[in-house]
Design a protein around this ligand. Structure first.
Ligand SMILES: [Zn+2]
Length: 184
C-alpha cells in the first residue's frame, strides 16, 4: 500500500505494480465534505472513509489475484460488498465506519446534485452505493441500527430484501475467498 499526493487519478489498485495507492487529496476532499456538513473536527470521518477505501481497493487486488472474470460494474459492486464485509466483522467500530462511508456517498451526491456524474463510470451511482452499505448494515446488525428502516436513506421495499441480499453477498465472498484461505 502506498499513500501519496497525486493530481488527477484517485485512490486505486494498480495491477502492474500490485500496489494499492491511497490519494491524500481524497482525504482532504472528504474532510471538507464532512466539515461543510457541520462535523467538526472531521478526523474520525476521514479515517472511516479511508478505511473503507482501503478495503475496497484490497478487493480489487484480490480479484486480480483470484483472476475472477467480472464486468467493471460487477467488480466495483463486489469491492464495495467486500469493504462492508470486512468492516462489519470488526463490530461496532467497523459498523460506525461503514455508516460514515455511506454518509460520504450521500453527501457527495448532495454536493453534486446538479452535476452528479457518479454512475457514468464503472461505479454505481453514489446514492446506490450508500443504500447498499446501509442495507448490509441494517440486516447484519439491526439491533444497533433500527433507525435505518424508518428513513428514506434505505427505501422500505429494499429493507425487506436486505437479509436475503446480505446472506447471498457473504456466501459468495466466502466461497470466492476459499482458494486464498489457509487450511488450519
Ligand atoms: Zn473500485
Amino acid at each position: 500500500m502506498v499513500s501519496r499526493s497525486c493530481n488527477g487519478e484517485g485512490s486505486a489498485y494498480d495491477p502492474q505494480t500490485r500496489h494499492i495507492e491511497l490519494r491524500y487529496d481524497d482525504s482532504a476532499e472528504d474532510h471538507d465534505l464532512f466539515q461543510n456538513a457541520g462535523r467538526h473536527p472531521a478526523g474520525n470521518e476521514v479515517a472511516a472513509v479511508a478505511t473503507e477505501t482501503l478495503y475496497h481497493e484490497s478487493r480489487h487486488a484480490l480479484i486480480d489475484l483470484l483472476d475472477l472474470s467480472l464486468t467493471n460494474r460487477q467488480e466495483e459492486d463486489a469491492a464495495d460488498q467486500f469493504a462492508a464485509l470486512m468492516l462489519l466483522r470488526t463490530g461496532p467500530t467497523g459498523e460506525q465506519q461503514l455508516r460514515t462511508a455511506a454518509e460520504a456517498y450521500e453527501l457527495s451526491a448532495a454536493a453534486n446534485s446538479n452535476s452528479d456524474t457518479s454512475g457514468r463510470d464503472e461505479h454505481s451511482p453514489n446514492l446506490a452505493r450508500a443504500a447498499n452499505h446501509l442495507c448490509y448494515l441494517h440486516c447484519s446488525v439491526p439491533t444497533r441500527n433500527p433507525d435505518l428502516a424508518t428513513t428514506s436513506r434505505l427505501p422500505s421495499q429494499r429493507a425487506t430484501r436486505c437479509a436475503q441480499e446480505w446472506t447471498q453477498v457473504r456466501t459468495v465472498w466466502i466461497a470466492r475467498l476459499q482458494p486464498l484461505l489457509r487450511k488450519q
